[in-house]
Design a binder for this molecule. Structure first.
Ligand code: ASP
Length: 345
């Protein structure tokens, strides 16, 4: 049987660094990875490598997501799966954005990176890379095991748009607080098949959305947030969507000025989505008076979405050409498993 073919896309980040003879950190050449990591040859996959201009992922912009989506689209028919090597700092944003932008995806797109550079003996990058390649090539009968955008890090595979970088220190840098791991990796790779999404339209063409709105902002509540500043942000030209990071289960101040500032923004057509500042758990705006106020003025529940997923979902929804009804429907329902609807929570 033909080996699965994987396109390895290197975008930058710590994983792509090694020390040269003088001890300076320099970019790792993934085209020469067979010499550096000979064990990769033993994997049952054929690998092609593409290197984008390597950047620290703090410099990622939506333009980068468009380039990545185009690269995947242009190579979609030729490869059975894709592994994207990415800096950890914004990896969850990229994974979330790609999950929405790659419409009708039916092949694995696995993001990974490392906390310790590839060229350092104790690197976590080697295992992350090898296992991500294995997962991207994993087949069950003739179908890929993980036909969605996922993130592999330190023995766990997560749905990409459920992840968050939770530690700048631990090798286990990512968590998915509100959705189970898609696979746990020990001696074997134990897939949680029930948690993996399967495309409805298997085998159809991949479409990519390339028009992302620039009019999205995150506002994190804190005791003492001022009326002047809030109103100034809400009246910025071109603002289309606000991710409001609230307290606990979606709670916010009940002060008249606060509610009116949001009500007026919503009346001007701005979408306000409520996500919680807590790492885990869900927004439930009917629970306390402090949440009911937001619900009554038309703030949309982000349920148990991460901020990364909420921001990129708004960029995606407010960017493309859609009827207001279609936009509303996609706003209220999970598009790519990014939140748990109340009836199954
Ligand atoms: N600053 C780096 C980046 O995100 C960190 C890393 O790769 O882990 O590109």
């Amino acid at each position: 049987m033909k080996k699965p073919s994987i396109l390895l896309i290197y975008t930058g980040g710590t994983i792509g660094m090694r020390r040269d003879a003088n001890g300076t950190l320099v970019p790792f050449d993934f085209n020469a990875m067979y010499e550096e990591i000979p064990s990769i040859k033993r994997l049952n996959v054929d690998i092609d490598v593409v290197t984008m201009t390597p950047i620290d992922s703090s410099n990622v912009t939506p333009q980068r997501w468009v380039e990545l989506a185009e690269l995947i689209r242009d190579n979609y028919r030729r490869f059975d799966g894709f592994v994207v090597l990415h800096g950890t700092d914004t990896m969850s944003y990229t994974a979330s954005a790609l999950s929405f932008m790659l419409e009708n995806l039916a092949k694995p797109v696995i993001l990974t990176g490392s906390q310790i550079p590839m060229g350092i003996l104790r690197t976590d990058g080697r295992e992350n890379l090898i296992t991500a390649l294995e997962i991207a090539g994993a087949m069950r009968d003739v179908h890929p095991v993980v036909p969605e955008v996922a993130l592999y890090f330190q023995n766990r595979l997560f749905r990409g748009n459920r992840t968050t970088k939770q530690s700048a220190e631990e090798l286990s840098a990512f968590s998915s607080y509100n959705y189970p791991a898609l696979a746990e990796v020990g001696v074997n790779i134990a897939y949680n098949h029930a948690a993996i999404a399967h495309p409805v339209d298997d085998g159809g063409e991949l479409r990519i959305a390339t028009s992302l709105s620039e009019g999205v902002v995150v506002i994190k509540l804190f005791p003492g947030i001022g009326e002047g500043i809030l109103r100034a942000i809400l009246s910025v030209d071109g603002l289309k969507g606000v991710v409001l990071e609230t307290y606990g289960s979606g709670n916010a101040p009940t002060s008249e000025w606060f509610i009116s500032a949001l009500r007026e923004a919503i009346a001007r057509g701005i979408v306000v989505m409520n996500v919680t500042q807590c790492a885990g758990g869900s927004v439930s705006m009917g629970l306390y008076e402090t949440g009911v106020g937001l619900q009554s003025i038309g703030v949309v529940s982000g349920h148990d979405m991460t901020t990364e997923a909420a921001v990129t979902k708004l960029m995606y929804l407010l960017g493309g050409e859609r009827s207001p009804e279609e936009r509303r429907r996609l706003l209220l329902e999970p598009i790519k498993g990014e939140f748990t609807p109340d009836d199954v929570a």
